[in-house]
Design a protein around this ligand. Structure first.
Ligand SMILES: Nc1ncnc2c1ncn2[C@@H]1O[C@H](COP(=O)(O)OP(=O)(O)OP(=O)(O)O)[C@@H](O)[C@H]1O
Ligand SMILES: [Mg+2]
Length: 241
């Protein structure tokens, strides 16, 4: 376990969901994606979200990342109430407080690796323009892919693209790193080395919430939140043997 009692590090959760419902209109019917979900994630925690296909994992991640709003209930991210924010303020929160890693990398195909990492910095404006390339190169170096800096995504392996995607997610030093099955399209070697890197980031204090089915991830996390049909089924501490 990277953090024994993460809650004691900070009394204010990075994320808080209270009574969250999310429904989608599905023709004349209503699809309940999340029903009455309460959860908290504290600074420095490594939390896994598990559950069968359709149980609501990506829906939770989208709410945590400010990509979507709840139908009912409250979502607090990095001290801000998502449901009260304007579109502009929500975009700002996304840009500055949250970094997201996707299963299919989702790098911009026409930008080089270093340009992909600079893009969120250009949008958020947290760092002066003159420092962004250097910071992007340092992040690529941290993720072990500095040699790929000037390549387009199409010229990189899947493992390299996902490392660049993690560097991009870290570009604005987000309070919260989210990952939706980030190892789902990697071979076992690349999956395991990416998990080692993510584990190192957590050890350095990064808060990480990851949707995963991978048993080797579940051995590494502080806590697993299992979803069943849009509800939190169990919240257990993982035993590390
Ligand atoms: N945009 C949408 N419109 C309508 N229904 C949706 C939408 N997004 C998700 N749903 C429904 O909400 C439920 C939860 O979907 P979600 O994508 O969160 O599942 P998931 O646990 O991430 O599944 P998977 O493991 O397959 O990625 C599903 O029944 C899905 O069909
Ligand atoms: Mg999903």
């Amino acid at each position: 376990m990277y953090r024994s009692i993460a809650q004691s590090l900070s009394p204010e959760p990075v994320i808080r969901l209270r009574g969250v419902n999310k429904t989608y209109a599905a023709g004349s019917a209503t699809c309940v994606a999340l029903a009455d979900v309460d959860l908290e994630v504290f600074a420095g925690e490594f939390v896994a979200i598990t559950g069968k296909s359709g149980s609501g994992k990506s829906t939770v991640l989208n709410l945590l990342g400010g990509l979507d709003r709840p139908t009912a209930g409250e979502v607090w991210v990095d001290g801000q109430a998502v449901q009260t924010l304007s579109e502009q303020a929500l975009a700002r929160l996304r840009g500055r407080s949250v970094g997201i890693v996707f299963q299919f990398f989702q790098l911009m195909p026409t930008l080089s690796a270093v340009e992909n990492v600079m893009l969120p910095m250009d949008l958020a404006g947290r760092w002066p323009a003159s420092e962004r390339r250097q910071r992007a190169l340092a992040l690529l170096d941290r993720l072990g892919v500095q040699a790929q800096a000037d390549k387009l995504p199409s010229a990189m392996s899947g493992g390299q693209q996902q490392r660049v995607a993690v560097a991009r997610a870290l570009a604005n030093a987000p309070a919260l790193l989210l990952a939706d099955e980030p190892t789902g399209n990697l071979d076992s070697y690349n999956a395991s080395s990416l998990l080692d890197l993510l584990g190192e980031l957590v050890a350095e204090g990064q808060t990480l919430v990851m949707v995963t089915h991978d048993p080797s991830v579940l051995r590494r996390v502080d806590r697993t939140i299992a979803l069943e049909d849009g509800r939190v089924a169990s919240r257990q501490e993982v035993c590390h043997v």
